[in-house]
Design a protein around this ligand. Structure first.
Ligand code: ATP
Ligand code: MG
Length: 422
């Protein structure tokens, strides 16, 4: 029989690592809550058509990377490759615009893309993302960028850069598109295969090519910033001014584009120097045309998504990984002691302590060794004599100091004890 293994491109997040995930999730959650964002949870699979219309058939994600299958009811289903399309579908379906005002939403969960697995690139990966729906105010663009920056900063990450651009609106892009075709056509034979195809279909996306030779040629391409309408320019200038006011450094990057019509104005990425070729940890921008594209009322919107595997890799590089927090390791031996331990563990947990109870029934010496390895602040020791006397021995694992407590004091003086455990 062959050995069963996780599917290529997927990974188990084992307990030693899940604490890092929890740290990241808690940090993000707190920052989002402070900014009045509310969580939305949408299904992991959706109708395939949603992504075709919501991401665009001309993109790599839809063209090459989707996990699509036909279910038992003959429907074409796709595992979500990203979060925005589902959130917008839900926003329309549940009339969230009818609530009026701005919806500030966030989500977190697994995404699926059929890509070549490598460092920083998996087939199941995780994103946390935000979407602000119902406003075209440049302050919203600045707000979402500031939140992403805050999450990274609070986690202690360094060497990150914000690359930003404006892709204007559909009509600004028409003349720009022609300028690009004129510029790239003489180089046609030197472009990578995909970019040659894009020359007629979607020349903006040539700027996005990861092929080094194409990238070299693209460096001197005309800049979209020279083709923006006055309105678009005003929007972008305001976003940049707000970022400066917030002390957020940015780099104008005219090659940063999203090639589809429903992407408008701001496009940005946050990149790390420490990630090699998979450098982007956060990608986002404005998509004022998407809600309408998916059948809703015209609704301006802006958002981003952070790739959590890449973020956690950066944290681990910095050695910023978290230990588990355990207050007590509870050791017991003897019939009476063992049943008293079950009760004591439960009482302590209800009082707010974390307690791991040794279940081995082995000699005290062996249990003490496990206590040392447990990462607990203190070991509680119960033998039959202590059980009888209503006491427990408490040993501080860092110093080896020991104290005798009555069990009722342990619970009654929980606050005092908690101070010492910190
Ligand atoms: P890339 O250029 O790296 O393929 P992308 O433009 O496809 O990225 P987005 O769709 O903007 O990425 O997704 C936002 C973030 O999600 C990325 O910046 C990255 O951190 C993360 N991400 C995207 N695809 C993967 C993947 N296959 N594995 C791990 N993380 C991913
Ligand atoms: Mg990709």
């Amino acid at each position: 029989m062959s050995k069963l293994q996780a599917i290529r491109g997927t990974r188990d997040i084992l307990p030693e690592e899940s604490t890092d995930w929890q740290t990241v999730e808690e940090t993000a959650r707190e920052i989002l809550q402070q900014a009045a964002y509310r969580e939305i949870r949408t299904p992991i699979f959706e109708q395939t058509e949603l992504f075709e219309r919501g991401i665009g058939e001309a993109t790599d994600v839809v063209g090459k990377e989707m996990y699509t299958f036909v279910d038992r009811g003959d429907r074409s289903i796709t595992l979500r490759p990203e979060g925005t399309a589902g959130v917008v579908r839900s926003y329309i379906e549940h009339n969230l615009y009818a609530a009026g005002g701005v919806q500030r939403l966030w989500y977190l969960g697994p995404m699926f893309r059929y890509e070549r697995p490598q460092a920083g690139r998996q087939r199941q990966f995780h994103q946390i993302g935000v979407e602000v729906l119902g406003t075209d105010d440049p302050r919203a663009d600045a707000e979402v960028i500031a939140i992403a920056t805050d999450i990274f900063k609070t986690l202690g990450l360094k060497n990150l850069h914000l690359a930003i651009n404006s892709v204007g609106r559909g009509d600004d892009r028409e003349t720009y598109r022609q300028a690009l075709v004129e510029y790239f056509t003489p180089y046609k034979d030197d472009l990578d295969k995909d970019s040659q195809d894009r020359l007629t279909r979607n020349p903006l996306r040539i700027l996005d090519s990861k092929d080094p030779k194409t990238g070299e040629i693209a460096k001197n391409a005309p800049s979209i910033l020279d083709y923006l309408s006055d309105d678009s320019k005003r929007h972008f200038d305001r976003v940049c001014a707000l970022l400066s006011q917030l002390g957020i450094a940015y780099e104008l990057t005219p090659t940063l584009v999203r090639g589809l019509d429903y992407y408008t104005h701001t496009a940005f990425e946050i990149q790390s120097d420490d990630l090699g070729s998979q450098a982007t940890v956060c990608g986002g921008g404005r998509y004022d045309g998407l809600v309408e594209q998916l059948g809703g009322k015209p609704t301006a919107a802006v958002g981003w998504a952070i790739g959590l595997e890449r973020l956690i890799y950066l944290l681990q590089q910095l050695g910023k990984t978290s230990d588990r927090a355990l207050d007590f390791y509870l050791v017991s031996r003897g019939d009476r002691a063992e049943s008293t331990a079950v009760l004591l563990a439960q009482q302590l947990r209800r009082t707010g302590f974390s307690v791991e109870m040794d279940l081995s029934g082995s000699a005290f010496g062996k249990q003490f060794k496990r206590a040392d390895r447990s990462g607990a602040a203190a070991c509680l020791v119960l033998g039959d004599a202590e059980a009888e006397a209503g006491t427990v021995n408490l040993k501080w694992l860092k110093t080896g100091e020991q104290e005798t407590w009555t069990r009722s004091d342990l619970l009654a003086k929980a606050d005092e004890l908690r101070e010492k455990l910190r």
